[in-house]
Design a protein around this ligand. Structure first.
Ligand code: FMN
Length: 363
């Protein structure tokens, strides 16, 4: 049973469990995982990237396929749960604006957006009450977004996710900053972003909760950030190892087997490095091999299909389909702590209990 915890308040949303499930593309965090998380009182996140991948119309009408699949996923999750379900969108997507408009119209409770500063995001969700949560890896990025949104839209973000160097997926760092990642860096970044959000709160009177992400596995990890003043934590890697995550069993088995020496930093056509588990495909990329591909739509603004070393969307889709020899399987550094596949509720209730034990009760 989930008992007393400080709720995470995002605008007018109140989450009894101060945990956000990190968005994971391509098709890792779909409605199945997001709705299970939301049912527990945390925030579920559907990753909006590449949801049309694997359908015939993806090749003939990429924007339409992406739009329809995102709407379907949001509605599916909303039919299962009355809890909080949002959408994650990479700023580097060529159809970012279209998908932000689609997510808002479909009724997503929030949009979390990283991989680029989402400076125009508020204009895409006008008329909807979609809460907007930028994902940043520095206080400077947070300050730039606040300044731009206040000036252009007279509004501020509904929260920030601060993602540190231990996270999975694409990372907002230079590759050399990640080999190895500096311990304690997320703590420093959270403290610096808190200084920026607290200034903003003083000036505007509004609340801007900070959510820490990257390397948080258990309640003790989470409590460290909550004690610093973060209002919530984002967890991704651990939630892949659940019954409700819809990826192929081979993907989950790779998580169970991964040791720290299997984790590598790769360069991605997204234009950012990413942390992945070694596979035959990843070894080819690391050896400098180019894996040519056909692309009819260019899903990333940052990718030139004629020169890109490989197709990241295809490699990530192969991962969720279980074709690991041709896959990039992203994972956070703490994947080495994953030892079992269990229901989402078990993971979240364990973490909640650990947070309560680690944090002193309020007087
Ligand atoms: C398989 C995988 C895919 C991811 N895909 C995305 C994505 O599409 N967009 C995004 O903003 N972050 C993505 N991330 C990052 C997570 O949302 C999250 O912030 C981060 O992994 C948190 O750290 P943790 O995995 O240590 O819990 C991904 C992470 C993983 C493991």
């Amino acid at each position: 049973m989930i008992g007393r915890l400080e709720p995470l308040v995002i605008g007018d949303l109140e989450l009894p469990l101060p945990i956000v499930q990190g968005g994971m593309g391509v098709q890792v965090s779909t409605s199945s995982l997001a709705s299970a998380v939301a049912e527990c009182g945390a925030a579920g996140t559907i990753a909006g990237v590449g949801l049309g991948y694997g359908t015939a119309e993806n090749n003939t009408d990429y924007p339409g396929a992406s739009r329809r699949a995102l709407t379907e996923e949001v509605l599916k999750a909303k039919a299962i749960t009355k809890g909080v379900v949002g959408v994650n969108l990479l700023g580097a997507l060529s159809n970012f604006e279209d998908l932000a408009r689609t997510a808002a119209a479909a009724g997503a409770d929030f949009i979390a957006s990283g991989a680029g500063l989402p400076l125009s995001l508020p204009s895409f969700t006008e008329g909807f009450k979609t809460r907007l949560i930028p994902i940043v890896s520095s206080a400077r990025a947070a300050a730039i977004i606040i300044k731009a949104w206040r000036k252009r839209y007279s509004r501020i973000p509904d929260g920030f996710i601060v993602e540190g160097p231990l996270a999975g997926g694409h990372l907002g760092y230079k590759p050399e900053e990640l080999k190895p990642p500096r311990p304690g860096q997320l703590e420093t970044e959270v403290a610096e972003v808190l200084a920026v959000t607290q200034d903003c709160e003083r000036e505007t009177g509004a609340k801007v909760p900070v959510i820490a992400a990257g390397g948080i596995f258990d309640g003790k990890d989470a409590a460290r950030f909550l004690a610093m003043g973060a209002r919530g934590v984002q967890i991704a890697t651990r939630l892949v190892a659940t019954l409700e995550c819809s990826v192929a069993q081979a993907f989950k088995d790779l998580y169970l087997k991964a040791r720290s020496e299997d984790l590598v930093i790769i360069e991605s056509p997204v234009g950012m490095p990413g942390r992945a588990i070694r596979t035959a495909f990843v070894d080819r990329i690391l050896a400098g091999e180019r894996v040519p591909f056909k692309c009819g739509y260019q899903c990333l603004r940052t990718c030139n299909p004629a020169t890109a070393p490989y197709c990241i969307a295809e490699a990530m889709f192969n991962a969720v389909a279980g074709d690991l020899d041709h896959a990039v399987v992203f994972a956070g550094q703490n994947v080495t702590r994953v030892h079992e596949i269990v229901p989402v509720r078990q993971v979240l209730e364990t973490i909640a209990q650990e947070i309560r034990t680690a944090l002193p009760l309020p007087a």
